[in-house]
Design a protein around this ligand. Structure first.
Ligand SMILES: Nc1ncnc2c1ncn2[C@@H]1O[C@H](COP(=O)(O)OP(=O)(O)OP(=O)(O)O)[C@@H](O)[C@H]1O
Ligand SMILES: [Mg+2]
Length: 348
């Protein structure tokens, strides 16, 4: 009897139910939180011909049924398994059952002793952890692929464009060297051509290094960086940018400046790739203790399902970047009117 008392104590603490299952899969001798776990009254079950497996969630039914059947075929077996049940109110919860078969003196299996725990909270916590780990993994992979993409682009520019100009200069110089007599005008012309090449090389080197690190950010602060990026974007895409920047300089930490700048770049990239817009309105402002960046395009308008889609890693990345500095990012779209992205970051 003291075992029963102990079990009763365990039972009260853990939200569990003890019962027997006979060879017809009917349940008998129920003690514990049957109603709390299943939502059914014990009387509705016992003796009414309902088996425990009837409340098992359909996807798990065969697995559970097989587990119990097996218990009637092999004496002295015990098992633990997890599955879902459908409660009386339709709610689906995870439970864990420990089951042991009880055998008579001749080895015949009489019935199964079961204890079932409600493990739904624990299971949900596990799921949350798993899905947040998965999100982190996706994000890490996404940033990795972004870095790879950037490196590829830079390698291409260095190899093809700088390499090309250097080869051309070498050819020009070899040509000059081979000439025994050269008219002054021709030499001048060649030298001018080479100066032009050097100029374009300087521009290229600047552009490559500013892609490696937004140096405007270091030297001139976030406002100038936004302005510079908007002008670059307008040059590259012919989408007109209207800028609305604060008069006074914004004092922002380096980490936050990089977040604002990278988010701004992703917003513009999305506009170029998806929006089909002809104009972009950019507002940068201070509101109270917050920096607020609003970018509105006049394109086709982002669809609600694209905003929250798990595969929308660009958007997910922007949100994560914002969150990493206690900020937040909101996106809204109106069909054929456009898309507005707002980034809010506390300054201090
Ligand atoms: N300004 C916009 N106008 C219209 N649709 C947009 C806009 N920005 C994003 N979208 C839609 O939202 C989707 C998700 O954007 P997101 O940046 O997350 O992914 P992506 O740009 O497709 O890929 P990447 O992961 O390379 O950024 C896009 O595929 C696009 O359909
Ligand atoms: Mg994107």
């Amino acid at each position: 009897n003291s075992l029963k008392q102990t079990l009763a104590k365990v039972e009260r603490k853990t939200k569990s139910v003890l019962f027997k299952i006979d060879s017809n899969f009917k349940i008998t001798d129920v003690t514990g939180s049957f109603y709390e776990i299943t939502g059914f009254r014990v009387e509705e079950f016992v003796g009414k011909g309902n088996g425990w497996v009837e409340i098992v969630y359909p996807d798990d039914y065969f697995r559970v049924q097989n587990n119990f059947s097996e218990m009637f075929h092999f004496p002295n077996l015990s098992k633990t398994f997890e599955y879902r049940i459908k409660k009386a109110n339709g709610e689906i919860v995870w439970v864990e059952t420990f089951v042991e078969n009880v055998v008579d003196s001749r080895g015949k299996i009489l019935y199964l002793d079961c204890i079932t725990f409600d493990i739904d909270e624990q299971k949900q916590a596990e799921e949350r952890l798993k899905s947040s780990q998965e999100e982190m993994r996706n994000l890490a992979m996404y940033f990795e692929s972004l870095r790879e993409e950037e490196k590829k682009k830079l390698a291409f520019e260095i190899h093809d464009e700088l390499g090309h100009i250097l080869t051309a200069m070498k050819l020009e110089l070899s040509w000059v060297l081979k000439k025994k007599f050269l008219r002054e005008e021709v030499l001048h012309e060649k030298l001018h051509k080479m100066i032009d090449m050097i100029d374009s090389m300087i521009r290229k080197v600047r552009s490559i290094s500013s892609q490696l690190r937004p140096s405007v950010l270091d030297h001139f602060g976030i406002t100038a960086a936004i302005e510079w990026q908007a002008k670059e974007f307008q040059k590259q895409t012919a989408i007109r940018c209207r800028l609305n920047l604060p008069k006074q300089e914004i004092q922002l930490s380096e980490a936050k400046s990089i977040v604002v700048f990278r988010v701004f770049q992703e917003i513009l990239t999305n506009i170029a790739r998806h929006a089909n817009a002809t104009r972009v309105d950019i507002h940068l402002d201070i509101e109270g203790n917050n920096l607020v960046l609003t970018v509105a395009d006049n394109g086709k308008g982002i669809k609600p399902e694209d905003i929250s889609a798990k595969k929308s890693l660009g958007i997910f990345g922007m949100k994560e970047r914002a969150r990493s500095v206690n900020g937040k990012l909101t996106i809204s779209g109106v069909s054929n009117i456009g898309t507005t992205v707002t980034l809010t970051i506390p300054i201090n």
